[in-house]
Design a protein around this ligand. Sequence first.
Ligand SMILES: [Zn+2]
Length: 253
Amino acid sequence: MINGFLDVFLVAASPFIGSFVTASSRSWPDWLRIATGRSSCDACGRRLSPLELIPVVSFLIQRGKCRACCAPVPWVHPVGELVALVIGIFAVLAFDDGWTLAAAFFGWILLFGALVDIRTFLLPDVVTLGLIPAGLVIACLSGGLDLLWLNSLAALIGFASLAAVSEIYKRLRGREGLGLGDAKLLAAGGAWAGPFALPWIVLLGAGATLFIVLIGHVLGRKATADTAVPLGPGLAAGCYLAYCLPAIIQPLV
Ligand SMILES: [Zn+2]
């Protein structure tokens, strides 16, 4: 439910946070570049003015090109900024007070991990392993020791199930198909959303991944059994939806 200044501020700040998250994901793992932010054009190195850093709007006004050298601004920037906005709106609709902020941070960190995974086929440990204790602390603060135990169990089940699938695939096919990063991400999903969310996260993750393959197929990128598609972005979307949607839907039914 929207309740006041904090929520409005959070939604308004979301695209700007998305801009930072997207730029950081493109700089990863260069911490120094992440700390300095996206302050210059990738192609000509010209410093961007404050007006050119307004999320989405600057991309539309400049028609997706640098004003000086006309090099295309990667699509990932406006897309990441819009997804960060959607994350902020979901957090505001699902939770109140400080929990809203916690949920939004969960979503934005998942977005960062998903964008890095798309670019590098690796989910950073700092995202997956960092989100596990964070989720358990939130579970303990919101639901006491009972929820802490339940969600700890969920994290273990989440990791063990995808790690087992990864091992079976490796033995059958003789090569890595599913990285342990995906198993760690599902563990983080369990730590935040609990054991009953795990099947939904996997289902949403697989569905979203299949959707991406289908879009690729339509665009002429034929997928074969050897085509590598990162599972992380789908799983990350599944984690966030499984965390927020029950709280959004419950008051409606
Ligand atoms: Zn330029």
